[in-house]
Design a protein around this ligand. Structure first.
Ligand code: C5P
Length: 221
């Protein structure tokens, strides 16, 4: 069986950064499942497909022309030949992702594509339902959390660094809206798997979180 570590958690809990570092330390594959939902939201919008047009979204999800290209320790997200790595990180694209993500048939259409990332020697998968739905069989499931204020501060720093404009107050509001939708939706709501190890990263450094996960993985192997 392929070893899998799932890392789920709310917006800006640090799971993306942590997942990348854990995958690098173990030399395992990485699945950023949020990027798939973001690409789908962006693609639909560009094609003029409404974000609640289920049949059209399913068609797009089934044939999503996206590839993840590893380069210099980073992953380029290429949609239809265009590098959209920076575009998909925009706040409004996160919002688009969270809208298409409430539709169960859309999630189903992306299911096999996500499972296909489970390749030897192992996989680190981050998202909202990695441990509860997509990789229920994962031997190690992490639920990463942090206070909403701390998450907004991290997001603010991240956006500023990339040259995007943002205000802290708007970010806290955006984070709460997205958390609310992700946690209270009927399908695959964000919640810790019953067998998840919960880590509150509010006052932990990225390295401390990475080490805690690697320790847990070592204990189980
Ligand atoms: O993790 P990220 O912020 O990139 O995810 C964008 C949105 O995609 C989330 O707010 C969530 O609505 C959706 N998502 C999901 N299931 C996943 C990953 C992301 O529903 N496994």
């Amino acid at each position: 069986m392929i070893p899998i570590i799932t890392i789920d958690g709310p917006v800006s809990s640090g799971k993306g950064t942590v997942a990348r570092l854990v995958a690098a330390r173990l030399a395992w594959h990485l699945l950023d499942s949020g990027a798939l939902y973001r690409v789908l939201g962006l693609y639909a919008t560009r094609q003029g497909v409404a974000l609640d047009d289920q049949p059209a979204l399913i068609r797009l999800a089934e044939n999503l022309p996206v590839v993840f290209r590893e380069q210099n320790g980073d992953t380029a997200v290429v949609l239809d030949g265009e590098d959209v790595s920076a575009d998909i990180r925009r706040e409004e694209v996160g919002e688009m992702a969270s809208q298409v993500a409430v539709l169960q048939p859309v999630r189903d259409a992306l299911f096999a594509r996500q499972r296909a990332f489970a390749l030897s020697p192992g996989l680190v998968a981050d998202g909202r339902d990695m441990g509860t739905v997509v990789f229920q069989d994962a031997p190690l499931k992490i639920y990463l959390n942090a206070s909403a204020e701390e998450r907004a501060r991290r997001r603010y720093a991240q956006l500023k660094e990339k040259g995007f404009d943002a205000t802290l107050a708007t970010l806290i509001e955006d984070i709460q809206t997205r958390d609310d939708r992700d946690m209270n939706r009927d399908v695959a709501p964000l919640k810790p798997a019953d067998d998840a190890v919960e880590i509150d990263s509010t006052s932990l450094s990225v390295e401390q979180v990475v080490d805690a996960i690697l320790d847990e993985a070592a204990r189980r192997s």
